[in-house]
Design a protein around this ligand. Structure first.
Ligand code: PMT
Length: 228
């Protein structure tokens, strides 16, 4: 039988973008396709885990064997994450959550003014989903992603500490052919090891392979080998 090191573990993954309504026909969002998060879900199932995939709006088929929960906004994603994180062993925040939403979504479609004066949209901060899960007393092993365009290691270390994560996969989204929307991705993986932070470079490869490599490292952290 195939080796299934994650058998018996519950894995919760957020994936894709969020959509923040401006009015009934417009929204704020980003270029996340969901591919990285969906690859993690498929890899989790293949390794034997029970997988819940909390997904923003994407055009991807649900990986066989995963349970998918569809959401649109960051607030909905937070509610789903809080509901499903209970009793989870690993929580992975791969979603590109909008940091801001419109202060109030208009009930009716916004109309253009008569002049060219422009328009101001007031934004307010969205809740931080992964930091909310990390603040729980009985928390799962938490893996965050960091989408950076410069100083990848410095910002990734900062996110690991500030959001109190166990592991962070930092991708340099300024590299052509990697990150948002692409087939392939690469990551600098950092994880807490006692008081130290260990790291390894995962080179450019299909998202399916990268997902498996990240999960295998997480499983190693979860089940430290006992010294003989
Ligand atoms: O979906 P693809 O097209 O395959 O692209 C994959 C990806 C580039 C989107 C993915 O690999 C990735 O990097 N996801 C995280 C994107 C992101 O929003 O990074 P961030 O540095 O802004 O956020 C850091 C972490 O906090 C992430 O784990 C994020 O899910 C989480 N977060 C951020 C804001 C917020 N309000 N709540 C959160 O939980």
């Amino acid at each position: 039988p195939p080796e299934q090191p994650a058998r018996g573990l519950r894995l919760v993954i957020t994936a894709g973008p969020t959509r923040e309504a401006i009015d009934p026909v417009r929204y704020l969002s980003n270029h996340s396709s969901g591919r990285m998060g969906y690859a993690l879900a498929a890899a989790g199932v293949a390794l034997g885990a029970e997988v819940t995939l909390i997904s923003g709006p994407v055009a991807l088929a649900t990986p066989a064997g995963a349970t998918r929960v569809d959401v649109e906004s960051a607030s909905e994603m937070l509610a789903a994450a809080e509901a499903h994180a209970d009793g989870a062993d690993i929580f992975i925040g791969c979603a590109a959550v909008a940091d801001y939403r419109a202060a109030s979504a208009a009930e009716h479609k916004l109309k253009k003014g008569d002049d060219d004066a422009g328009m101001t949209l007031r934004l307010v901060r969205n809740p931080d989903i992964i930091a909310t899960i990390a603040a729980r007393a009985d928390r799962p092993f938490i893996i965050g992603f960091a989408a950076e365009t410069q100083d990848v290691e410095r910002y990734a270390r900062d996110k690991l500490a500030r959001k109190r994560l166990d592991m962070v996969a930092a991708n340099d989204v300024s590299q052509p052919g990697l990150g948002f929307g692409s087939e392939n991705n690469a990551a600098l993986l950092l994880w807490q090891h006692g008081d130290e932070v260990d790291q390894c470079h995962l080179p450019p490869q299909p998202k399916a392979d990268l997902a498996e490599a990240i999960l295998r490292q997480a499983l190693t952290c979860l089940t430290p080998t006992t010294p003989e």
